[in-house]
Ligand binder design. Sequence first.
Ligand code: FAD
Length: 446
Amino acid sequence: MTFDVIVIGTGAGGATVARELSKKDYKVLILEKGKRHKTGTSVNYLKNIPLDLKADLSNKDLAKYDFLNYPAELMYLEDVGGTTPVSLANACYACSTCYSNSATTQFKIHDLDLFKELIDASADLKVNPFPANLMGPATRKIVDAGESLGYFMEPMPKFIDFSKCNSCGLCIGGCKKGAKWDSTQFVNEAMDNGATLISDFTVTKITHDDGKVTGVEGLFGDKTKAFEAKKVIIAAGALNTPVILKNSEIEENVGEGLFCDLFITVGGFLEDAKLNKEIPMGTKAEFGPYFLSPHFSTQIIPLLEEKGFNANPEDVMGIMVKIADEANGKLNSNKYIEKPLTERDLELLKEGYEKSVEVLVKAGVDPLSIVSTPIRGAHPGGTAAVGKVVDNNLETKIKGLFIADASVIPQAPGRPPILTVTALAKRLAQIIGKRVNIEDMNPITA
Ligand SMILES: Cc1cc2nc3c(=O)[nH]c(=O)nc-3n(C[C@H](O)[C@H](O)[C@H](O)COP(=O)(O)OP(=O)(O)OC[C@H]3O[C@@H](n4cnc5c(N)ncnc54)[C@H](O)[C@@H]3O)c2cc1C
């Protein structure tokens, strides 16, 4: 049997494009490496890979930036729903119009204007601002402190249906109330529309003949299995898409240009603050290539203990500093990623750290308690970028082979990318729809 389209991966990109194409009655097969887990348990399956920052720590002036003292890591998930079930539901895209890396700007350079798709994706994900009446006292303290220092603290756009949200603060677990959007919803819709999902299936390579895609090959348990298709869309995420491409004789620029939107959480002791019981990242302050947002991290607790503060989770205040890091990482091993921390990255982290300390102290945090988590990343992208590996139709050099995930984003947005990836996938569904009608003369039927 030949499928009209095979989609590899069920994250932000894969689930969206599968949903859109299944609406048009194409015969869609979705192949997913991971499993479907019980809602609310996703955080238990988070994976991480070390980032080799190659940072020189010998400089005495850097001693107070304790985030440089710990190994850095990149987080991701390989399940049905991709990484979206652990997201904090942040949905920025056009908020940083003044900033040259914003999604709308960086794709326009490649003659790929995504504005309409971003608006449509916002409607699909029901993006709305974090409501003031759900702001808890700890977030309020951070907002008041930021505003008194002259910072513009704005509500974070969220893909949360607040009528279902009980403000438990556990968004990262995967929402038990069904208030937070994640891409398993789109997978379910695609299946309701007739798409077939095979989970626990790891695609290893794309098959092609005479420069044209013919299908995929992969592992189901320890058995190799192949499927034929007229079109194939890789949406395996920025860490896995390059592996599939390289196994399929597409090598040039693949796996290079990785960004992660590096971040740290700066935290400190404030008795009974209870930031951990509030919706995370309800507000933000934009500073061009970086932003600050209230964030509780369990990693702060042992660091406070090291400083002699006996803190419960309720006593931790924190602010995330997230930067648009340089797209200079390289995937060359499945054990670690080379991601040199550049001078610019370091300056942005330092600036964000200083501002966070100021805000936290103003909010009542004991200045002697201030600590910072290691540098982490949660938005891998850039490893099969537009203009390098795919053209502005998101097609590779193999005809009929497309990519629809964060790997095609050329530069770090420094902002949550799900909305952008969703918009890209919606654009690809339109491109494929048009192609089918023009090239194949007749629409493909199921
Ligand atoms: C803790 C955390 C919080 C986050 N919060 C936010 C947020 O609030 N807002 C936001 O916008 N972003 C957030 N992100 C980032 C966001 O989740 C990712 O950027 C986004 O999901 C990337 O989409 P994707 O389609 O590129 O990849 P993914 O969503 O990672 O999907 C890739 C899919 O491909 C599958 N796959 C991989 N290899 C294969 C293979 N060989 N064969 C078959 N299937 C394969 C994977 O299992 C997975 O299902 C967060 C990330 C983390 C870790």
